[in-house]
Design a binder for this molecule. Structure first.
Ligand code: S3P
Length: 433
C-alpha cells in the first residue's frame, strides 16, 4: 500500500548532539528474512529493520509458507519452511524493494513451481536482466517484460556456474549464492570490486559453508540451513545521514551504539575521516560474523575539506553518495563523484535528482553520466525539494537543509519509511536549534 504523501519542513540547526541506537541494518535484515524462511526451525532476530522494504521481504517469505511474527519489541520470529517454499496463489509483492526482488529470485530459481514477483512503479522501472541472465545459465526459466518486473520464475533443478559479475552488485551476488546453495555442483561469483558481504556472512551463520578468495566467492549446492537467533546491527547507511549532519557543525558530538561496522559497509567512516571529521570506534564485537561497535563523530573546527569518490570506492559507497553530494557545497573543496553510473538505476535517478535539488537550493553543480561535481564553499538556501519518492533523496536533503539559510521543505517525505521510518523524529531529537 502506498503511504499518503507528506511534507516536512526542515529548519536550520546550530549543532548536532546526542546519542542514537538505530534500527537494524536493511541489507542484513533482508538476508535474515529470506534465509530464515528457507531454513529448518525457528529463527529470532532482535532489532530487525523497521523499514518498509524489509517488511516486503517478510511478507514474501510468509506468502511462501514461512510463519512470521513481529513482536512489539521489534523482534521478528520466523518459522522456516525446511527448504521447501510453496508457490503462492497470487504474485509476490516486493513493493519498492530491489533487494527483495533480486535476492528472492535467486532463492526461488531452485524451487519447483512458478512464481511471479511484482513491484511498485519505481521498482518496475529497474533493471532485472542482471539476475535473469545468470539464473537462466543455471537452468531456471525467468521471464521479464522488456528487462523489467514483473519477474516470472519457473524454478527447478539448477546447476552451479562460474560467473564473472559485469557490474558490482551485492544483490546479484547474493541471488546467485542463494540459488547456488540449492544447485547441483558449485557456484562461484567473481567480483572485480568487493561488494557488501552480508549474504556470505548470513549463509555461514545459518550453517552453510561459503568459500571466499580475494576476488571470488563459492558455495557448494545441497547444503541445508538451520535457524538462528541474532541481533541485527544498527544500519550504517541510515547512520550516514546523521554522520554527515554532525560533520557539518564544529562542536557537534554524536554517538551511535551497536552500529554495524562490517568493513564492506563502513567506507563512509574513512571518507569522513579524510574530510577532517574525528571518528572514534569503541566496543567492537562480532555477532553472527558481523562487526558491531560504538561510534562517536565530531566535526573538524575549520570545516570539512573535500574529496573525489571514484572506482571501487564509488561502488562501496553507493548508498551514501546522495548525502555526501548533498553536503558537498558546505565543504571547502567540494565533492566529486565518478564511476557511479549505478546511481541512475536506483529507486530514482539519483544523479539527476541530487543535481536538480542542489540547484533548487541555489548551488552550482555539474552533472555527468556517471557522477557529479559539487564545488565547495557555497551557501545553500531553503527550497522545495522533490524527493522523487526516493527515501535516500528525502533524507539527504533534510541534512542539507540543516545548514541552509531559511527553511527547506521536503516533498515526498514519507518515502524515508522505506528504510528508516524514525528518521525525522530522530533528526529533531539530535538537531540543536
Ligand atoms: C544492497 C546492495 C546495493 C545497495 C542496496 C542494497 C544489498 O545494491 O544499493 O541498497 O543489500 O545487497 P546493488 O546490489 O544493486 O549494488
Amino acid at each position: 500500500m502506498q503511504a499518503a504523501a507528506t511534507e516536512r519542513l526542515i529548519a536550520p540547526a546550530r549543532n548536532i548532539e546526542g546519542s542514537l541506537r538505530l534500527p537494524g541494518d536493511k541489507s542484513i535484515s533482508h538476508r535474515y528474512a529470506l534465509l530464515g524462511g528457507l531454513a529448518s526451525g525457528t529463527s529470532k532476530f532482535e532489532n530487525f529493520s523497521t523499514g518498509a522494504d524489509c517488511t516486503s521481504s517478510l511478507a514474501c517469505v510468509s506468502a511462501l509458507g514461512a510463519r512470521v511474527t513481529r513482536k512489539d519489541d521489534g523482534t521478528v520470529e520466523i518459522v522456516g519452511t525446511g527448504g521447501a517454499l510453496t508457490p503462492p496463489a497470487s504474485a509476490l509483492d516486493c513493493g519498492n524493494s530491489g533487494s527483495t526482488m533480486r535476492m528472492l529470485s535467486g532463492l526461488l530459481a531452485a524451487q519447483p513451481g512458478s512464481f511471479t514477483l511484482v513491484g511498485d512503479a519505481s521498482l518496475s522501472r529497474r533493471p532485472m536482466e542482471r539476475i535473469r541472465k545468470p539464473l537462466a545459465q543455471m537452468g531456471a526459466r525467468v521471464e521479464l517484460t522488456e528487462g523489467h518486473a514483473p519477474v516470472t520464475i519457473h524454478g527447478g533443478r539448477l546447476t552451479g556456474i562460474d560467473y564473472i559479475a559485469p557490474i558490482p552488485s551485492a544483490q546479484v551476488k547474493t541471488a546467485l549464492l542463494f540459488a547456488g546453495l540449492q544447485a547441483d555442483g558449485t557456484t562461484t561469483v567473481h567480483e572485480a570490486v568487493r561488494t557488501r558481504d552480508h549474504g556470505e556472512l548470513a549463509l555461514r551463520a545459518f550453517g552453510a559453508k561459503v568459500d571466499r578468495s580475494l576476488d571470488s566467492v563459492s558455495i557448494a549446492g545441497g547444503q541445508l540451513l538451520t535457524a538462528i537467533d541474532g541481533a541485527v546491527p544498527g544500519d550504517i547507511s541510515s547512520a550516514a545521514f546523521f554522520l554527515c549532519a554532525a560533520a557539518l557543525f564544529p562542536g557537534s558530538n554524536l554517538i551511535f551504539d551497536a552500529l554495524g561496522l562490517n568493513p564492506t559497509r563502513a567506507t563512509l567512516l574513512d571518507v569522513l575521516t579524510a574530510l577532517g571529521a574525528h571518528i572514534g570506534v569503541l566496543n567492537l564485537e562480532e555477532k553472527n560474523g558481523e562487526l558491531v561497535g560504538t561510534v562517536q563523530v565530531n566535526a573538524p573546527p575549520k570545516g570539512l575539506t573535500g574529496t573525489t569518490v571514484s572506482g571501487a570506492l564509488a561502488a562501496q559507497l553507493i548508498d551514501e553518495l546522495p548525502v555526501l553530494a548533498a553536503i558537498g557545497p558546505y565543504t571547502q573543496n567540494g565533492i566529486r563523484i565518478r564511476d557511479a553510473r549505478e546511481l541512475r538505476v536506483k529507486e530514482s535517478d539519483r544523479i539527476a535528482l541530487v543535481s536538480r535539488n542542489l540547484r533548487a537550493m541555489g548551488a552550482e553543480v555539474d552533472e555527468f553520466e556517471d557522477g557529479l561535481d559539487v564545488p565547495g564553499g557555497q551557501t545553500l538556501y531553503g527550497a522545495e525539494i522533490d524527493s522523487g519518492g526516493d527515501h535516500r533523496i528525502a533524507m539527504a536533503f533534510a541534512v542539507a537543509g540543516l545548514r541552509a539559510q531559511g527553511g527547506t521543505l521536503i516533498r515526498g517525505a514519507e518515502s524515508a519509511a522505506i528504510s528508516f521510518p524514525e528518521f525525522f523524529e530522530l533528526l529533531d531529537r539530535v538537531a540543536v536549534r
